[in-house]
Design a protein around this ligand. Sequence first.
Ligand code: SF4
Length: 598
Amino acid sequence: VCAAYGDDHHRLLDILRTLQNRYRWISPQMLSVVAAQTGQTRVAVEGVASFYSFLSLTPKGRITIRLCDDIIDRFAGLKAVAAAFEAALGIAMGETSDDGAFSLEYTPCIGLCDQAPAAMINDVVMTNLTADRAHEIVAALRSGQSPQDLISPRFSALTPYEQASRMVESNIRHAGSVLLGPVPDNAGLAAALDMTPEGIIEAVEASGLRGCGGAGFSAGKKWRLAGATPAGRRYIICDADEGEPGTFKDRVLLTERPHLLVEGMTIAAKAVGASEGIIYLRGEYAYLEGLLAAVLEERRIEGLLGRAVMGQEGFDFDIRIQMGAGAYVCGAESALISSCEGRPGEPMTRPPFPVEKGYFGCPTVVNNVETLCHAARILDRGAQWFFDMGQAGSHGTKLFSVSGDCLNPGVYELPYGMTVHALLEMAGGEDAAAVLVGGPSGTMIGRDSFERRLSFDDLATGGAVVIFGRERNILEIVDYYMSFFVDESCGYCTPCRVGNVFLQQAIAKFRKGLAGPEDIDYLKDLSATIMETSRCGLGMTSPRPILTTLENFPLVYSALVKPSEDRLRPTFDIQSAIDDARKLARRRSYIYDRDFGQ
Ligand code: SF4
């Protein structure tokens, strides 16, 4: 396996992923061999293997069933589906069957909120699960069928696009004129190759295109900075690691517009002078790897990638796919670059920014899938065409991933500046009590804010729009998202690693009716500290589910606040406090045995 990657330690993630897929775990012996082959210390290899949730240092079953544990899946019936899988397999969540055939576990959002409950069965994706379907799946797998057989008995005879689209619906509910409507082949690339790098950058700047991953930085400015930094090499990385819970629009672009994405990357390469590109594809989208690989190969054969792109001597550019392995924090640019270099996906202190010092220390443009697709269309239709759509400061269209309590979940391409209310009407979600715009690191709003606009100047969003009906419990939702951030923190900064746990504990106090007025101040003060002192975007935004609900749903909190005399009850439950230790030690507690005689 190491030899297949040239014994290169920068390809450590690929090596470990291959071992995981082939042997279902990475054994101590494998760690030692990989370290020796790649010239790394064993602890460095183990550091990578233990960082990513899809890599395992203990044996997994030949088939691993990962149920998506997003809040939307929970509301869509995840509990019943999980119970059905547990009953059918005879194992509990987190366990592997004695015969080594199956592992069953939860995983955070896999980008299928519009088709929840969903699961990954090895690299095969199943959607709209029910308890009955769970029993059928297990029966079929036990009878010897492969996960691919569950999709089609002729799976291997299908084209990569057919394989992907039989697993997952694209669910395009509204196609706009930029990305999801008709798109000509390579028109943007042909135009760009007739222009100078400066001309391309000027066009992208003039269009007003801003990064669609959430931060909204000017795409043209990013390209200009990378192109202007003196260097022998430059790189283009496509961030296809959309991990924000509730976001799935890049999944649709990767399925329906992969050529446009590669075209956008090639244009970016021409603009900044890069010869290599990487598509960083999240591990949860492994089912799309074959489709993307086929598109890249097809374009090499057609002369659209590789040496002398489209016959233009002196412009060589090619792209490789880097698979992720389950780490939300890799959505941060510097963490994603670390991951591409075969290291744990730990964010770096900035500056320097990747445009100055990125992949292998060279200037690197990291753009989201949607941003790169937009760039290709801008070069085709012109900067003014794009600029004229949307509104001041937010030009063009945006893809929204709409899910939750609505009739028509799916992807909507709309000009920037639409009101939330207008989108809710299109999606059949007018009765919503709350809408989370931008995922948990975005903003939760109530009905009195539904006339606010989806734009950078008002409600900025990377694309997630999660709708919650009147029957939903706001604090349950906040609690879920805080547990998500606690799980996904890489642990480097104390405020993020510890502070988010404290925030979650404080929310639990409210839910148990044990909070006082001072706890509201505590939530605000601790949130401010975490946001100010964390190193990357995860910690800088993790308290937002609390802060935005405190601001927009103050009664939810104040209604639960109790005067101190009503709170003089013990808040410490020793049984639950030692529960984890008891499970690790595989024994019941002394106190439990003593007091209850069991
Ligand atoms: Fe890691 Fe959190 Fe610090 Fe980011 S803020 S580097 S996720 S500990």
